[in-house]
Ligand binder design. Structure first.
Ligand code: 8YV
Length: 330
């Protein structure tokens, strides 16, 4: 009988999918957020063939070197900025992710944040609960209908946001490295500067890379309308958070809705916590029962498929697949 591959699991796996994993792999659980190297004895490192992990597991050159038999990293996320892709490619480690299944949930949260900020809904709720309503009317807020929504990044999630925003009678513009044929009839392509200067709401939908890190900063806020709102449901570090705080404080822009921050969990000492023109969420874009189930299903199947020689559905670096498979067969 051939030995089952040994895999690390740092993501929450429901019992039926755990059975699927157990049928073809030996699993070793590592608490979410803990480095596998801290959690496992060194004697086990050389036996690890695969990993299903959350974005909290840093997969860097040091980890990959410590796990020389690792062939596949299956991320329980669409984003993979926790993985050093150069290091993975250099070592022919296949990286998988969960695209597609969370687009609706993240897009819905984006629209929800936009409504919360524009209509001041969080403060409105506190206004009613505190009894302040008995003393007078709630201050007027701002319409989103007829306004311009600018999407920085037009991928799967951006397209769902665009479709939904059009149902709110918004004019949608976007900027990508190049125009997206799939966005035809949905949103108008504009230059990056025009996106910031023409939008009433700017929403960030680009991945975090060395190139995009802190790429939305003081210069971009300076281009925005004083009445504009910034939304970020992508990655906190794409935005220069200090510059954002300054822009919100001095009225360069009017408000922000943030599901992601540079440091997560957001420290309670962050000035963002005190700002009335900011709505904050705890990185919950994909956090619904249905969406998380679809994500873990895809992440587990990506891992099981790759471990059993079947091409997985969602590969980040497909060029590593035949090599990872050969290594498996060897
Ligand atoms: C998290 C996300 O992965 O998919 C992504 O890129 O950021 C989220 O969906 C989620 O918190 C699961 O760990």
């Amino acid at each position: 009988m051939t030995k089952k591959p040994c895999i690390i699991v740092t993501a929450p796996v429901p019992p039926d999918l755990r059975q699927l994993l157990d049928a073809s792999c030996e699993t070793v659980d590592v608490p979410t957020g803990k480095s596998p190297l801290e959690a496992l004895p060194q004697s086990q490192w050389g036996a690890i063939d695969g990993m299903v992990c959350t974005v909290k597991t840093r997969v860097d050159a040091a980890l990959l070197d410590a796990l020389p038999a690792l062939k596949v990293v299956s991320n329980f996320a669409v984003g993979f900025d926790n993985v050093d892709m150069d290091a993975a490619n250099a070592r022919k480690v296949l990286v998988c992710n969960t695209p597609g299944v969370l687009d609706g949930a993240v897009a819905d949260l984006t629209i929800g944040l936009m409504l919360c900020v524009a209509r001041n809904l969080v403060a409105g709720d506190a206004f009613v609960r505190s009894g302040d309503w008995t003393k007078g009317a709630f201050p007027l807020a701002t319409d989103i209908r007829g306004k311009t929504l600018g999407l920085l990044g037009m991928g799967r999630i951006g397209r769902v946001v665009a479709r939904t925003a059009r149902a709110f009678d918004m004019d949608v513009i976007y900027h990508n490295r190049k125009p997206d044929p799939e966005a035809e009839g949905l949103a108008r392509y504009v230059s990056r500067d025009a996106l910031f200067s023409e939008s009433d709401v700017v929403s960030v939908h680009i991945p975090l890379t060395a190139e995009t890190r802190q790429s939305v900063g003081a210069r971009e806020f300076g281009l925005m309308k004083k009445s504009a709102i910034l939304l970020n449901t992508a990655r906190g570090a794409v935005v220069d958070e200090e510059a954002l705080i300054a822009a919100l404080k001095d009225g360069t822009i009017a408000g922000a809705g943030l599901d992601v921050m540079t440091t997560e969990p957001l420290p309670p000492t962050s000035p963002l916590v005190q700002m009335p023109n900011v709505v904050l969420q705890a990185h919950i874009g994909s956090a619904t029962v249905e969406t998380r189930r679809a994500m873990i299903d895809l992440a587990v199947r990506n891992l099981v498929d790759s471990m059993t020689g079947k091409q997985p559905k969602a590969m980040v670096n497909a060029q590593a697949w035949p090599l990872a498979r050969q290594a498996k067969a060897a």
